[in-house]
Design a protein around this ligand. Structure first.
Ligand SMILES: Nc1ncnc2c1ncn2[C@@H]1O[C@H](COP(=O)(O)OP(=O)(O)OP(=O)(O)O)[C@@H](O)[C@H]1O
Length: 337
């Protein structure tokens, strides 16, 4: 082990003990050596996710970050069991230690595109969804009350009676539509929530507002929810809400662990975040090979990005943190079986 690897291995913040109260009535999701391959007409097949091992647990926010095209949506789809039929998945994805589908209403997925009916108002869209999704055991007034509360939770009370709108009929802004989509998916109080870019089209204040609302959903309904989402440009404030961070580049894991320890990981590997720079911007800039660092002005002698990414991947996979993550995955599946 090199001295760098030894130092990196000191970032050992993965808690392997699972509190007993978490084991009951909650969703632990884990994935081990996950690969996703797509059939590619001309070139045979291509791996779009490679050898990923990690977990998501109740009461925590797991952020998936990485450059565009690195595989964030594919990972969400694989974890949610909704991969496209032209893909092949290998490795394990376990829910509470089993290969199982969750009961209806237990899990929800906010997709990247907002599929909303343009002619409905916000109130109608959320209320009709409540009618369709919520159980018959709830009265109409309870369903209506749940819809209203959810709309308020997402800060849409002033747009209640605004039409969603679409081509040729302007209605809600892109950010407001995003929030309506989130409302519709959280109506059932799912225990496992997937969100593909929940903050796209939102300004930084709205992004913080929405992410902190998502983070605090459990405080309102008492459910220790497992939340996994992809996100592009979190502000420092939003980043501080994340418990764990899964950083992908070129279909591989560059880092998985506490979001608060990611900066130390980059620093120990020789890529410290410049003072006053947003940490997540720095991580993404460091691992984005679409716009080579060496092409940047004044960086002609910089290490090529491909090399930087390989250094980080190797350092991560030989770190104590990685071993702890694998141990934790084994422990989760043993304890919740
Ligand atoms: N069903 C599929 N068939 C063929 N290629 C696919 C399929 N799904 C994903 N890909 C490819 O896999 C790669 C990763 O795609 P994915 O949508 O997961 O990336 P992403 O990180 O979510 O990107 P973005 O941030 O731009 O949304 C891309 O090159 C994409 O073209």
């Amino acid at each position: 082990m090199t001295s760098l690897e030894m130092e990196t291995s000191d970032i050992n913040l993965v808690q392997t003990h699972i509190p007993k109260e978490d084991v009951d009535d909650a969703v632990f999701l884990s994935w081990k050596d996950l690969w996703v391959t797509v059939r590619d007409g001309r070139h045979g097949s291509r791996s779009i996710l490679q050898v990923l091992t990690a977990y998501a647990q109740p009461g925590e926010l797991l952020a998936i970050m990485g450059p565009s095209g690195c595989g964030k949506s594919t990972l969400l789809d694989a974890l949610a069991g909704r991969l496209n039929s032209n893909t092949i998945q290998a490795g394990e994805v376990l829910i509470n230690g089993h290969k199982q589908a969750l009961a209806y209403g237990t899990t929800a997925y906010v997709t990247q595109d907002d599929n909303l009916v343009a002619t409905l108002t916000v109130r109608e869209a959320v209320y009709y969804s409540a009618q369709l999704q919520l159980p018959d055991s709830m009265s109409n007034s309870e369903k209506e009350e749940r819809a209203e509360r959810t709309i308020r939770e997402m800060g849409l009370q002033d747009a209640m009676n605004t039409r969603i709108g679409g081509w040729g009929a302007k209605g809600l802004s892109g950010g407001q539509k995003r929030r309506v989509s989130i409302c519709i998916e959280i109506l059932t109080h799912p225990k496992l929530l997937f969100l593909d870019e929940p903050t796209s089209c939102l300004d930084s204040a709205a992004s913080y507002y929405i992410m902190s609302r998502i983070a605090s959903l459990g405080r309102n309904d008492g459910i220790r929810r497992t939340i996994i989402f992809s996100i592009h440009q979190p502000s420092s404030e939003v980043f501080q809400l994340f418990n764990n961070l899964c950083l992908l580049s070129s279909s591989k894991m560059v880092y998985f662990g506490p979001a608060s320890a990611a900066n130390e990981f980059f620093t120990l590997n020789g890529f410290p975040c410049p003072t006053y720079q947003n940490h997540s911007d720095h991580f993404l800039k460091t691992i984005n090979k679409d716009f080579g660092r060496d092409l940047e002005q004044g960086m002609s002698d910089a290490t090529p990005t491909e090399e930087v990414i390989n250094t980080l991947i190797q350092s991560y996979t030989s770190s104590e943190t990685y071993q702890e993550v694998r141990k934790k995955v084994a422990e989760i599946n043993k304890e919740v079986m």
